[in-house]
Design a protein around this ligand. Sequence first.
Ligand SMILES: Nc1ncnc2c1ncn2[C@@H]1O[C@H](COP(=O)(O)OP(=O)(O)OP(=O)(O)O)[C@@H](O)[C@H]1O
Length: 310
Amino acid sequence: MLELMDLSKRYKQFYAVKNMNMYIEKGEIVGLLGPNGAGKSTAISMLSSLIEPTEGDVLFHKKSILKNPSPLRKVIGVVPQEIALYEELTAEENLHFFGRIYRMSGKELRQKIDDVLKLIGLVDRRKDVVKKFSGGMKRRLNIGVALLHNPEFLIMDEPTVGIDPQSRSYILETVKRLNEEKGLTILYTSHYMEEVEYLCDRIYIMDKGNLIAVGTKDDIKEILSAEHTIHVEAELLNNDFIEALQEEPTIKETFVKDETITIIVPKEINVFQLITRLANETKVELKSVNVKTPTLEDVFLHLTGRALRD
Ligand SMILES: Nc1ncnc2c1ncn2[C@@H]1O[C@H](COP(=O)(O)OP(=O)(O)OP(=O)(O)O)[C@@H](O)[C@H]1O
């Protein structure tokens, strides 16, 4: 349905997106994952024809959107990262305002506003002004605006940033339902691994403007198939232990977060023996050493040497 062909965006000498290739089939939820500044928003802006690429092309049903963006524009809904709502208007008034921009009116618009309010779980709050809403409710209304004109293809730019866990899971469930029940094609960008893992069949991972991994969840996890990801917990971590792990040549990556150390080692290494020895030498009391099923987060760590939320 949609294809990105060697798409690049350059600002002076700096490539925000470089040679990006991607396809999205009808009915899919595709994940675009990457840390802040990876180039996700720039890619989305190009593929939704908001900004022009420096090089490359975007094809919608095999036709370039650069020459003629209107067939795509008619069927996409974009949920921007920034909340775009009028604080002084009620939820209903906001939907009405944006519906009018989509040239909807009368009974059709009233019916659609009712449907959307139900879908985003804000029927009871329809008469409340947006400035009284929590961050999560604003995000949900932001999504509602993008759904007013019955889009076939929904682009969501980090729709769960900075919200409470309930709103987050509500949004994730809504995205799943929109796909399963209404057949909506969705491009979902996030820097949360677990969201993309939960929602998407196919995933593109970006870093510093480049795609660094592409495939199904299983394909991407396969990248780690020759390695184990181990989580090490200690009573009290000390720097000597961390340094010993970092300097150990058989350990590929060492990453410390709170009291847990994650390391990546080739499968053939007897990791329990190794860690116990290093802990003894540096006088660290181990709490647990667990081999984990690799997550996409581990894949990102493996590919870039950095955690996704650095
Ligand atoms: N108009 C612009 N001029 C110059 N540099 C830009 C411009 N827009 C984006 N960039 C740079 O391009 C890079 C990618 O930005 P982009 O917003 O696409 O990343 P992102 O993955 O969406 O991250 P975030 O989650 O922080 O929005 C960043 O380094 C950003 O500073």
